[in-house]
Design a protein around this ligand. Structure first.
Ligand code: PLP
Length: 398
């Protein structure tokens, strides 16, 4: 209670929630309005349409006042029936949680195992589907950006693998930590259900989550027999046609969402993706210069959103994180389940720029020294050299 004031901005460099820009905070601070009134309908239509532009879909979008976990449940509950089989890929902690949820809902999930050091292997998906001659798998579920490991799967390649196997399974993709940070195309990649959340690339506080729904998924929902009420798409989509919700929506978060969508288009989605790619590369150069290891070992899957750094043997990642929090008021992501204490995660997503990243990496480099973690100097310098070079080549573009 009597802790001294800490000056300056707290560095929230976990891989979500990401820092919320002032413009969004101000938008959220406006007075709440009647959610059955005419102004709300206009807001509702605008954000639903705006989210279509972010998902890159012409299909239906549903917005839940819930964390991402809720939208995970909605994806499964709306499309599947008790005893259905689904194919999932063990990219890491979040894929594991989604699989556990499927089990609790009465769905039988088969895991393609992995060492948590890469994204989904399309060839393994294709092989599993080719073996499934009776088409028992009703869905293939993939986490686009595995937030626990820093591996990003190639959804376009997963789509090709499903098509190559000639398998009719739905494709469901968790983009909770990738949407609005990493290139994503719901329609073009033939995704049936995309799951997303507010607190990462969309730069909002936690509390909203989303389903983007294909025609095929809508058709599956008519036959689906898993119980659902709150999560049911039908009433949501019907009310959404005029911009309303079947219940009281999170009005103020929707003000924020409206602002976020506008900000993303002002910067341009392609520029947003390029900025994240650049910050991912700069971070990896710093990690390499420190002589430390990236948890993700497949360069095709390096995440533009976060980097999970492997600690040298015998050093505790959580101790390093606590030294950095105390000394520099910066939060880094903890290692989750299998990789607890073995990795720390540097978030480089959302509303950040080159200097935010240089500050972040500066905090890590100083922290490594303070915590006595064996490393080489020069990580920040390597990142700065790369970032400055990009400005030289790209002018004001990046
Ligand atoms: N999936 C991924 C990839 C995530 O990163 C997270 C949260 O970090 C979740 C699912 C769960 O979302 P939430 O914590 O918003 O319920």
């Amino acid at each position: 209670t009597n802790a001294p004031r800490v000056a300056g901005r707290h560095f929230l460099q976990i891989p979500g929630p990401s820092p919320v820009p002032e413009r969004i905070l101000s938008a959220i601070a406006r007075q709440t309005i009647d959610h059955r009134g005419p102004d709300f309908g206009k807001l509702g239509l605008r954000v639903l349409d705006g989210m279509r532009s972010i998902f890159k879909t012409r299909g239906a979008v549903v917005i839940y006042p819930a964390s991402g976990t809720g939208a995970w449940e909605a994806a499964l509950a709306n499309t599947l029936s008790p005893g259905d089989k689904v194919l999932m890929v063990e990219t890491g902690h979040f894929a594991t949680l989604w699989k556990t949820m499927a089990g609790k809902l009465g769905v039988e999930a088969t895991f393609i195992p992995s060492d948590w050091r890469a994204g989904a292997d399309p060839a393994a998906i294709e092989a599993a589907l080719r073996e499934d001659k009776e088409h028992a798998f009703k869905a293939v579920c993939v986490v686009h950006n595995e937030t626990s490991t820093g591996s990003t799967s190639r959804i376009d390649e997963v789509r090709k693998a499903i098509d190559a196997a000639g398998h009719p399974a739905l494709l469901m993709v968790d983009t909770i930590s990738s949407l609005a940070s990493v290139d994503y195309r719901h329609d073009e990649w033939g995704v049936d259900v995309t799951v997303a959340g507010s607190q990462k690339g969309l730069m909002l506080p936690p509390g909203l989550s989303f389903n983007a729904v294909s025609e095929k998924a809508l058709a599956a929902s008519k036959a689906s027999r898993l119980p659902k009420s709150f999560w049911g798409w039908e009433e949501m989509i019907a009310a959404g046609k005029s911009g309303y919700f079947p219940y009281t929506p999170a009005t103020n978060l929707l003000y924020g969402l409206d602002e976020a969508i506008q900000m993303l288009h002002e910067e341009g989605l392609d520029a947003v993706f390029a900025r994240h790619l650049r910050h991912g590369e700069a971070t990896r150069r710093a990690v390499a210069a420190w002589g430390l290891e990236n948890l993700c070992t497949n360069p095709k899957h390096f995440s533009p959103v976060l980097t999970a750094v492997v600690m040298p043997e015998g050093h505790d990642a959580d101790r390093l994180r606590s030294v950095i929090l105390d000394a520099f008021d910066m939060s880094l992501g903890t290692g989750l389940s299998k990789v607890a204490k073995k990795v720390f995660r540097i978030g480089h997503l959302g509303d950040i720029n080159d200097l935010t990243l240089v500050g972040t990496l500066g905090g890590v480099e100083m922290g490594l020294g303070l915590a006595g973690v064996p490393h080489k100097a020069g990580g920040v310098a390597a990142a700065m050299a790369y970032l400055a070079e990009g400005k030289r080549e790209g002018g004001a573009k990046a």
